[in-house]
Write a protein that binds this ligand. Structure first.
Ligand SMILES: [Mg+2]
Length: 417
């Protein structure tokens, strides 16, 4: 590919990560040192199979304990501090940090990616904060001084580059920058599994095609990747060249979106109830996750099913008492509709949507405070899925009666996905 860098948008983007966020928050609240002490945050201290949600840098370094490890792997030692996750507290601190960001850049220049990661677009703040590197240093020291929390920042001309340079370099050295010109030198040697957006399944496919690093993808061909993976392959190829055209400022109009929907046309006829409901659950999970990503909740769930051979189907909408973006809330409604209307014919198309959207923040301020924990947990699980793939938590869960007990025993603190 002949890449004309001069044509590409050159924004000044920071990708900011709060180092071992949950563990660091516990350190601050308990008078421990986030960088020097051994700290582990788990979903439930009383269950040995409990998932480690965060481990301090020292814990990772000296004991190899990381997010996704199990409590029984954590050595019992008086210098190792184990805490139960307090999602509500982490979310509170996260909101305060976002408020701090808004003293550096306008609101539409902040994109919160997860509870501990955000993108900031610095364009237009040069006079105030200097170069991106200077601004990044300033932000890191303010976060450290005000919250006692360590952070890392990746700097790039777009979101993709800033995120990858964060993951690959800044998480080790604190601050790292990459320009378009430096992509071949800094990003091409990186193994695929370390690249944001490439999951283990995608990695395997690419390995089978003879590609092991980002450079291998860049030097493959757009045509080959498009043929194999469609739009995703196309995006992958452009990313490998450091190209990411996602808008650096958030258009307020995207927040007036009316509904979030997800449908699937099945490759064969489905008629077994548990098979169909598994697909429904996956769709609910995707819709709910999307809503959480953009900070929305919805009051109306709509669910439709189309039968094979043009035999019709059904469509129903149900409006809830309270808006939600929790998978199981949406799933319960779909399941109820399904049981009411399904007549055993074979199914080809399933569609789930969350409508009647409003801002999640309006919920936080409302009467439904008691669900904050559940929602924070859902977000934490989104983060785990982003790291380990969608299968990590959900697919292992089958909602047949026999497996419910398994869910209660095994998964995060006994909460269902
Ligand atoms: Mg982090």
């Amino acid at each position: 590919m002949l890449l004309d860098i001069s044509c590409l948008p050159k924004n000044k983007i920071l990708c900011i990560d709060m180092k071992s966020f949950y563990a660091s928050c516990e350190c601050v609240d308990h008078g421990l040192d986030p960088l020097e002490d051994y700290v582990v945050v788990v979903s439930d201290k009383n269950r040995s199979g409990s998932v480690v949600l965060a481990a301090s840098p020292k814990m990772k370094q000296d004991f190899g304990i990381r997010t996704g490890s199990r409590l029984y792997e954590v050595p019992r030692h008086r210098h190792i501090h184990i805490f139960n996750a307090r999602m509500k507290r982490y979310l509170e601190i996260s909101v305060q940090i976002t408020k701090l960001f808004s003293t550096f850049v306008p609101f539409e220049a902040i994109l919160t990616y997860s509870v501990d990661e955000s993108w900031l677009t610095l364009d237009g703040t040069e006079k105030l904060h200097g170069s991106p590197k200077e601004a990044a240093q300033k932000i890191r020291s303010v976060i450290w001084n005000q919250f006692g929390l360590p952070s890392c920042i990746g700097i790039g001309p777009n979101r993709f580059i800033s995120k990858v340079v964060l993951d690959v370099y800044a998480k080790k050295q604190g601050l790292a920058e990459c320009t378009y010109e430096e992509v071949p030198k800094k990003l091409w040697p990186v193994p695929l599994r370390e690249i944001w957006g490439i999951g283990s399944r995608m990695e395997k496919h690419l390995n089978n095609m003879g590609m092991y690093t980002l450079g291998d993808v860049a030097n493959s061909s757009l045509d080959r990747l498009r043929k194999r993976f469609g739009v995703i392959g196309e995006q992958l190829y452009y990313h490998a060249w450091g190209v990411d055209l996602s808008p650096p400022f958030i258009d307020a109009r995207t927040f007036t979106q009316k509904s979030i929907g997800k449908g699937i046309t099945l490759l064969r006829d489905y008629w077994r109830e548990n098979e169909i409901l598994t697909v429904v659950l996956e769709l609910c999970e995707e819709v709910a996750k999307r809503a959480r990503e953009i900070g929305k909740i919805g009051r109306t769930v709509s669910f439709s099913v189309r039968y094979s051979h043009n035999e019709g189907g059904f469509h129903q909408s149900v409006t809830l008492d309270a808006a939600t973006n929790l998978t199981m809330d949406i799933y319960r409604v779909c399941k109820r509709i399904f049981h009411k209307f399904y007549d055993g014919r074979s199914v080809r198309v399933i569609h789930v949507a969350l409508e009647n959207l409003s801002d999640e923040e309006s919920l936080q301020l409302s009467l439904f405070e008691d669900r904050t924990k559940e929602r924070a947990l859902a977000k934490a699980m989104d983060a785990i899925r982003d790291k380990f793939g969608p299968n990590a938590l959900l697919r292992a869960v089958s909602y047949t009666p026999g497996s419910v007990a398994r869910v209660r025993n095994g998964y995060i603190g006994g909460h269902q996905a």
